[in-house]
Write a protein that binds this ligand. Structure first.
Ligand code: URA
Length: 435
């Protein structure tokens, strides 16, 4: 008979567990027969001893099968994307309608904000009336009509990740590559997409701080996707500064709408189009370059904006927000921030930006906190821009009763102005193809 004590001890000594042992652990933890303290000890052993590729794949599949395995049942290719989490990352709201407008279905299950990073579900809920808790049938019906839909995960999807994620969050066992890989890929595999594009963020605002770790995570996820018979690729993208100019919920939705009208900041445009091109390429629409051109012309044609408007309407939202931004809840207070010297913006600390946005009310301080949809930051300038003392560099917004003066003071430390023009990071670091 297997015991959890044995499994912990084996992993502590770096031994490889069999598929049977991994399945037994996942089933036992979900059913409650394995207690949190033993599961935590095993997770910590994994953090130190890691998992082999085979063990990672077995853990992912065991987690994916712990709940419903969805089959969208659509008459065409289903593409999905997933970001490992960033600041100002509103690419789903741009990429998904572009891909849908090119004739590829995007049934997108998204999450809420985590730590200093934002979540697509919180962003969409800033649209008056928008419903993110659709039944599975309604979700698929929106996908059939608009080409894409975005909803929160249902409770019956990957219960193993729900339990293990909460436990990892409380036991300092989040930042392990095989554990992040199995957490993300189990959810992607359970939603039944034919092709998966992973946006793996790297930099100070990402969970993976170095390119080396981001690449290891990307390769692990692509390998698991391929083993599970899915087309999969990963795009390594920079997260050393916020993506685009807006951080916050309605502020990011507005920036995404503007992007679909042809007014995207260059970094946001490049990342969104690259992800769209990879999704289209997985769907067999052509080479990456051909698909990039297709994504670009679809965006220019206005069809992707029409797609977004239709999706908002089908999910109960007021789609006139795309023309009239005053329909979003308006922030009660704002505070302008100015450059305190001449020079070039050499750094915008991404993690701090996320934390400031959270303090303004755009994120949750505790699991139960209410989000302020109007809160956040809009940057006037970005890394590499020349500024003069007294130029406005950002505006902070909030409707909460936070101490705006104190936050603005703290925000001064987010932006560094130097005399030298900085060398700019590439937005797209690498594409790893697994098909
Ligand atoms: N996102 C997830 O869904 N899981 C992780 O472990 C990390 C980021």
């Amino acid at each position: 008979m297997m015991t959890m004590y044995e499994l912990i001890s084996k992993k502590k000594h770096g031994a490889e567990l069999s598929a049977e042992e991994i399945n037994w652990f996942v089933a036992g933890y979900v059913s409650g027969s394995i207690p949190d303290y033993q599961a935590s000890a095993w997770l910590m052993a994994v953090c130190f001893s890691s998992l082999s590729d085979r063990e990672t794949a077995d853990l992912t599949m065991a987690m994916a099968r712990s709940g419903d395995m969805q089959k969208p049942g659509l008459d065409g290719f289903c593409a999905d994307k997933h970001s490992t989490g960033g600041v100002g990352d509103k690419t789903t709201l741009i990429t998904a309608p572009i891909v849908a407008a090119c004739g590829v279905y995007v049934p997108k299950m998204s999450g809420r904000g985590l730590g200093h990073t934002g979540g697509t579900i919180d962003k969409l809920e800033s649209i008056p009336g928008f419903n993110t808790s659709l039944s599975y049938d309604d979700f698929i019906s929106v996908v059939k009509k608009a080409g894409f839909a975005v909803a929160g995960q249902t409770g019956t999807l990957v219960p193993a990740d729900k339990k293990l994620y909460a436990l990892r969050n409380a036991t300092a066992t989040v930042d392990s590559i095989p554990l992040i890989c199995s957490s993300i890929m189990s959810k992607k595999l359970a939603t039944g997409a034919d092709g998966i594009v992973l946006d793996v963020k790297t930099g100070d605002g990402a969970f993976m701080k170095t390119e080396e770790d981001a690449e290891k995570l990307a390769e692990a996820m692509v390998r698991v996707g391929r083993l599970a018979g899915r087309k999969c690729s990963a795009v390594l993208t920079d997260m050393n500064k916020p993506l685009g100019k807006a951080v916050g919920n309605s502020l990011e939705v507005i920036e995404a709408i503007e992007a679909l009208k042809g007014n995207a900041p260059p970094d946001l445009l490049e990342v969104s189009l690259t992800l769209a091109a990879e999704m289209l390429s997985l769907a067999g629409k052509g080479t990456h370059e051909e698909c990039l051109a297709m994504a670009e012309s679809t965006l220019k044609s206005g069809k992707a904006l029409e797609c977004l408007k239709y999706m908002i309407e089908l999910q109960g939202g007021n789609n006139r927000v795309t023309e009239d931004y005053s329909l979003f809840m308006q922030p009660k207070r704002s505070k302008e921030v100015f450059a305190d010297k001449d020079g070039f913006i050499s750094e915008i600390s991404c993690e701090h930006t996320g934390m400031i946005s959270l303090k303004l009310g755009a994120g949750r301080k505790t699991k139960e906190s209410e989000i302020d949809p109007s809160a956040g930051i809009v940057f006037d300038r970005t890394v590499g821009d020349k500024v003069k003392k007294g130029d406005r560099i950002a505006v902070l917004y909030t409707s909460s009763d936070c101490d705006l003066e104190e936050i603005a003071e703290e925000f001064g430390k987010v932006i560094t102005v130097s005399s030298e023009k900085p060398v700019l990071n590439k937005n797209i670091i690498k594409i790893i193809k697994g098909y």
